[in-house]
Design a binder for this molecule. Structure first.
Ligand SMILES: Cc1cc2nc3c(=O)[nH]c(=O)nc-3n(C[C@H](O)[C@H](O)[C@H](O)COP(=O)(O)OP(=O)(O)OC[C@H]3O[C@@H](n4cnc5c(N)ncnc54)[C@H](O)[C@@H]3O)c2cc1C
Length: 325
């Protein structure tokens, strides 16, 4: 019987929403193993994060609040997470798959001499521990069942595969953990955060996504689909081809090497439907494709397809939606 620690990212004093999938997965595993579920949050000046983290139904919140953690670096956060986890007899350490967890958790696995399994779709429990993990392979065309040996297992879970833990009124117990970080010995420090600012919803949280690909021909094509996105209150996504061409920032990329999303509505415009793109959006509830090639593979997974030139079809769609609104 071991405890489950869920490492959560935070932003502007709140837990990041996509991390709540790992919280839900962690609470369920702890129920199955009889251990405790604990959210681990790290940073500096953590009063509002502490308050936010304590309302998601875990048995405990582990809090590391240290000036050395003021700006994120993988090195300092690995030291902090390692010390916090050692204090809790953890058998499973979880986080939602993200750029943060992809960087931090493998480092942690090395320190803890633990096996790691990434981008998990489901977890089974047996004999007081997490016994089996299923994970997608080869851009989602296969699912493999994995078991991991050792006292501690590290895993990242796919955000779209688990529900979000709901906010609850009762507050969890908070345990503050002190860590020793020799800032002089750190080899990296954060100088500046360059954030892509947008008033649109984040890809991971959006109920509707309008995504563009190479078929949009350039940044001006994206301006056309942005009008549709804004009318629908949607996030804007992109294929890797559009990102690689420098038309949009790379945090908009959807797919195997971008974000995995599952909104209620995904509108793919000028996107061919390569397997690596489809791997990132195929679980969307309704998929609409606009493409001028009737044989484009995207139509094989689309619920609704429109064979048309986007430069004509999207402005027409915008006008029709305005009329309905
Ligand atoms: C290891 C690896 C990882 C990858 N990861 C990703 C990933 O995460 N995400 C991702 O997206 N890709 C990824 N790719 C790239 C992927 O294989 C494709 O190259 C990419 O998705 C193609 O982008 P696209 O559909 O925009 O471009 P294209 O395949 O060139 O398709 C453009 C489409 O636009 C249509 N079109 C053209 N003009 C118009 C018009 N006027 N109106 C309407 N439609 C039009 C065309 O008919 C065509 O179907 C990865 C590749 C590799 C090898």
């Amino acid at each position: 019987m071991g405890n489950v620690i869920i490492i959560c990212e935070h932003k502007n004093g709140e837990l990041v929403k996509q991390g709540l999938s790992a919280v839900k997965a962690g609470i369920d595993v702890a129920k199955g193993t009889g251990g405790k579920s604990c959210i681990l949050v790290m940073g500096s000046g953590m009063d509002s994060v502490k308050e936010s983290a304590s309302h998601y139904g875990t048995d405990m919140v582990l809090l590391v609040d240290d000036p050395a953690l003021a700006g994120y670096t993988a090195e300092a956060y690995t030291i902090a997470a390692h010390e916090a986890i050692k204090s809790m007899q953890a058998s499973l350490v979880l986080s939602t798959t993200s750029a943060f967890s992809k960087e931090l958790l493998p480092r942690l696995a090395v320190r803890l001499k633990a096996g790691m399994v990434s981008d998990v779709l489901s977890i089974s429990t047996d004999g007081g521990k997490a016994s089996g993990f299923s994970r997608a392979m080869w851009a989602g065309s296969m699912v493999s069942d994995v078991s991991v040996d050792g006292e501690v297992i590290i895993a990242t879970v796919r955000g779209t595969a688990f529900e979000h833990a709901p906010r609850v009124d009762t507050a969890s117990e908070v345990k503050q953990v002190s860590v020793t970080i020799n800032t002089q010995a750190l080899r990296a420090k954060q100088l500046e955060v360059l954030e892509h600012k947008s008033t649109r919803p984040q890809l991971a949280d959006a109920g509707i996504i309008v995504s563009g690909g190479r078929g949009l021909k350039g940044p001006d094509g994206f301006k056309i689909i942005e009008k549709l996105a804004d009318l629908l209150g949607a996030a804007v996504g992109a294929s890797r081809a559009a990102v690689d061409a420098g038309w949009v920032p790379n945090d908009l990329q959807v797919g195997q090497t971008g974000k995995i999303v599952a909104p209620g509505l995904y509108i793919a415009v000028g996107i061919s439907g390569a397997i690596q793109h489809v791997a990132g959006m195929k679980d969307s509830k309704t998929i609409v494709a606009i493409n001028k090639d009737p044989d484009a593979p995207i139509f094989q997974i689309a619920d609704y397809g429109l064979v048309a030139d986007f430069a004509k079809a999207v402005p027409e769609l915008v006008e029709e939606i305005k009329k309905v609104k």
